[in-house]
Design a protein around this ligand. Structure first.
Ligand SMILES: [Zn+2]
Length: 136
């Protein structure tokens, strides 16, 4: 689990993808988070309705700490139950619906480092099994 979201923010698309899996509605989110940050010119229901529908765009970022923390609790909850695939690079962030990498800096390089570690572990296990057979 990472808290990178706390300083990078969470995109509407990622939040909406998590909300779908958690069953969060605009009404629920407004009820839980009302008054914890400031929305201007709209109600909390209207704000979260926009977020869940990615208006004006899925790339728009939520900067509010209370909303991001709610997001992270949801991610942790689903990831702990094995119901959520996290970023392929191993950084611990939720990559969003269908996404394999969570951040632009989650490079192929870091992904291949994770893959190399997995390969190395598999090789070591094979080797341990092979030597165990020799011993027995
Ligand atoms: Zn990553």
């Amino acid at each position: 689990m990472t808290n990178r979201e706390l300083w990078e923010g969470v995109s509407y698309a990622k939040f909406a993808a998590l909300a779908r899996r958690m069953g969060w509605t605009a009404e629920y989110l407004a009820g839980v988070l009302r008054g914890k940050f400031e929305v201007r010119g709209e109600t909390f229901e209207a704000y979260f309705d926009r977020v869940l529908h990615c208006r004006p765009g899925g790339e728009v970022v939520i900067p509010f700490r209370s909303v991001i923390e709610h997001f992270l609790v949801g991610v942790e909850h689903l990831a702990r139950d094995g119901k959520l695939a996290l970023c392929a690079c191993g950084c611990g962030s939720f990559a969003g619906g269908g996404g394999r990498l969570a951040w632009e800096t989650c490079s192929r390089k870091s992904a291949s480092v994770a893959q190399l570690k997995a390969l190395e572990k598999a090789r070591r296990l094979r080797w341990e099994r092979a030597t165990a057979r020799e011993d027995g």
